[in-house]
Write a protein that binds this ligand. Structure first.
Ligand code: CA
Ligand code: CA
Ligand code: CA
Length: 544
């Protein structure tokens, strides 16, 4: 170890001789000054709020950035020396070697050996100058979240030397004391022999949004077996109300045909094709996937996903996971519904909640319906917002509002986007009637238009009628609803298209209940907000 340190020292002297200019300053619009210990930025290209704790410096590696260390592209990253000199200004939990609170006194790896030496020789000048931390790595994010309504959150942890696959270590993660196994699973399915630090990214479920909105998030990373697998964190970065284009990397892999494949750290799943292929969009960095199928034991794979941006990538080998599944009894995957916000769906029927939670993860819940009474009827303006979210999810393209607003009764940007993408009209040339309620056949028709808009070349609202045959070729007519005679002729194709694709169900007795009826005091058969959202969620799941 002393020998290693001396070699490192020599290497450092050599590096200093070659590069006498000192540390390399780097700053950018989405991360701020890389050398800053804590940074908080509003309205970056990535998110409404970005908070970072810990400098971006590959664990105090002075020349890392100059040498090309860029964890955000994950391109051509190289290993760094260890242990490293401590910087007392580095925020707690970052740039220090940890072995966790259950440490048994043994070491599994080099980091563990360094930590052991520090514990055994507390007076040793050299050990004292290096960076170690006792117990769990506790990283505290303190930030101003005022005025922000949390719609989604992405937590990025730049991790180093997590080696659960080599040493059978078991990492745990909590957020403000609440168990976060959807982050821990990532740390437990990678093997960072190197050591090279890489970003891992986890989409935070809505049950944690109140914690995110509180302005204080304590991330605790611990190891449960005490095996002495040393680990470190370069920095953590929180993106609140992030944009989908932070997923600038992608990868494709192979597994059992029809298997369910999930991107770890997220609840996002895809179904492997008939030939076993699958593709994900991912945040650049260290990623992992889980493949599972009834009658098979689940399997995991991990690898580096590099950004599509910033470089030719010729020097990087693209990760192409291959997950063979053995026949047998697999274990259940994480049930993400347990991390769903109860508050967000307080005013929804219990049968709708699991799919609403999926909708939230897919970004399909518009702002105007966040926290709203979802059992209430949906207005035309709200429905326009649902349609825009569906369009953006299916197309991967943000919708833009129409440049000149033709309506005198609304300036709602979601209405103007829905109008611009051509999936809704006004009630007249100058009125939209934003508060008018809609019925179920109108809802089915309007969401079907989003699908037509994206799948029938040349389709517009005005030419809808002439696409009748082309559209009918896209689905097989299912059994008729018992109240088929009640469904308006212009709505039938859409209603049955949605029924054929499992997007709408009957309301009982095989009836679709297409339009408004009055029953004494009550008016029935308005489309409710949750019904509209579930149609949108199923459209993405079944047709996206
Ligand atoms: Ca540092
Ligand atoms: Ca390790
Ligand atoms: Ca750092």
């Amino acid at each position: 170890m002393k020998k290693r340190c001396f070699a490192l020292f020599l290497a450092l002297i050599f590096a200093l001789a070659l590069l006498p200019t000192g540390a390399f300053a780097k700053s950018d619009g989405t991360n701020g000054d890389w050398s800053a210990k804590t940074v908080s930025l509003r309205n970056t290209a990535e998110a409404e709020l970005m908070v970072r704790v810990g400098d971006i410096d590959a664990l105090n590696e002075e020349y890392a950035i100059e040498d090309g260390y860029d964890p955000f592209t994950a391109r051509s990253q190289r290993s760094h020396g260890y242990p490293w000199e401590k910087d007392d200004a580095d925020p707690a939990g970052t740039d220090r070697i940890y072995v966790g609170s259950h440490w048994s006194g043994d070491a599994s790896d080099g980091y563990g050996g360094n930590y052991q030496g520090w514990k055994e020789y507390p007076e040793d000048e050299w050990y004292s100058s290096c960076a170690f931390g006792d117990g769990a790595a506790l990283i505290t994010m303190d930030y101003d979240a005022s005025g922000i309504s949390v719609k989604n959150a992405l937590l990025q942890i730049c991790i180093d030397d997590f080696q659960a696959l080599s040493w059978d270590s078991e990492f745990s993660v909590t957020l403000n004391g609440k168990d976060a196994p959807f982050i821990a699973e990532l740390l437990n399915q990678v093997d960072q022999t190197g050591p090279t630090s890489y970003i891992t990214s986890a989409i935070i479920p809505s049950g944690f949004f109140a914690e995110i909105a509180s302005g204080k998030l304590v991330i605790a990373i611990d190891e449960r077996t005490g095996c002495g697998d040393g680990f470190a964190v370069d920095f953590v970065k929180l993106l609140v109300n992030y944009k989908q284009d932070v997923f600038t990397g992608s990868f494709s892999g192979h597994t059992e045909p029809g298997a369910t494949v999930r991107l770890l750290g997220t609840s996002t799943t895809v179904t492997a094709s008939a030939s076993g292929g699958f593709t994900f969009e991912a945040v650049p960095g260290l990623n992992a996937v889980r493949a599972s199928k009834d009658g098979y034991v689940e399997s995991y794979a991990y690898g580096i996903v590099v950004s599509d941006k910033g470089g030719t990538g010729d020097e990087d080998e693209l990760w192409e996971p291959w997950l063979d599944l053995d026949e047998g009894q697999g274990r259940a995957d994480i049930d993400f519904s347990q991390f769903g916000s109860t508050a967000a769906w307080e005013n929804a029927h219990s049968w709708a909640k699991p799919e609403l939670e999926e909708g939230a993860a897919l970004g399909l819940i518009p702002d105007c319906l966040q926290g709203a009474d979802l059992t209430a009827p949906i207005t035309r303006a709200e429905f326009a917002a649902v349609s825009v979210k569906l369009y953006e999810a299916l197309s991967g393209t943000p919708a833009e509002p129409v440049a000149v607003n033709p309506f005198t009764d609304t300036d709602d940007p979601e209405v103007l986007k829905a109008f611009n993408i051509g999936v809704t009209n006004g009630m007249s040339d100058t009125t939209f009637e934003p508060d008018t309620l809609i019925n179920r056949e109108q809802a089915a028709t309007m969401l079907t238009r989003v699908y037509k808009r994206l799948n029938l070349e040349g389709w517009t609202l005005e030419t809808d009628g002439s696409f009748k045959d082309a559209f009918k070729a896209l689905f097989t007519m299912p059994a008729l609803f018992a109240d088929d005679g009640e469904i308006s002729s212009w709505a039938k194709d859409s209603v049955y298209f949605m029924a054929a694709n499992g997007i709408v169900n009957g309301v009982g007795d095989n009836c679709f209940a297409p339009k408004l009826v009055s029953s004494g005091e009550e008016t029935l058969n308005f489309a409710t907000r949750e019904q509209a959202l579930l149609m949108s969620v199923r459209t993405v799941k079944n047709l996206g």
